[in-house]
Design a protein. Structure first.
Length: 209
């Protein structure tokens, strides 16, 4: 049923004037010492109605679990992204995040506050020489069926420029819904839909499966 829903959403998104893309990713984590996990991830994302690869990335980092439901994480991401000249250039991203998780019955509620630092290697103007920063706040709810290995979820995440003179504004909003399927105790598969609205340099919408 979830797959049929995603296909229908994709067909609706494709018929609109806004963009549609696919995203594929894999995440691996392993506890290296007590309370400390090492994490690796990779992804490929498409755009232009899924006819072109927009970016690929590899990311690695560490997560420290202070208590059962509070963790601090840091990671580095190397991104290859298409730029305005239709060629691919590297971007370097650093992330620092604090996450809190609250179980409530069969629901798992979480909030993550993250700082993202990005530097470009494709330089169009003087502003591109400087790193830019985002504050990201992700609010997520997940429901765990007691007798079924699938957990539906939904989240909201705004991207807010920080350390700039532009004042408070939201550059990007993400709304997502999907489901996670538990395969074994240590592995799972996830599928979902993301609606993304960018406000800069002009309003544009992206539908991502």
């Amino acid at each position: 049923a979830l797959l049929i829903l995603l296909i229908l959403v994709a067909r609706i998104a494709y018929s609109q004037d806004d963009d549609f893309g696919l995203g594929f990713g894999e995440d691996v984590n392993h506890e290296i010492i007590k309370k400390m996990d090492i994490e690796f991830s990779g992804a490929l994302r498409t755009f232009n109605n899924s006819s072109q690869i927009e970016e690929t990335f590899l990311e690695g980092g560490l997560q420290y679990n202070f208590k059962k439901y509070i963790s601090l994480s840091g990671s580095y991401r190397l991104t290859s992204r298409v730029e305005d000249d239709s060629k691919y250039y590297f971007r370097h991203k650093l992330f620092l995040g604090l996450k809190a998780t609250i179980p409530s019955g069969n629901f798992l509620l979480s909030g993550r506050a993250m700082i993202q630092r990005t530097t470009k290697t494709y330089i169009e103007d003087e502003e591109d020489l400087s790193a830019y920063y985002y504050g990201r706040i992700k609010l997520r709810a997940e429901y765990d069926f007691p007798a079924f290995p699938m957990s539906p979820y939904a989240y909201y995440e705004p991207f807010i420029p920080i350390f700039s003179d532009s004042g408070f504004q939201i550059d990007r909003n993400r709304f997502s819904a999907g489901a996670k399927l538990k395969i074994t105790v240590r592995s799972s598969m996830e599928a979902g839909y993301i609606f993304q609205r960018d406000f800069q340099p002009h309003i544009s919408d992206r539908n991502i499966i």
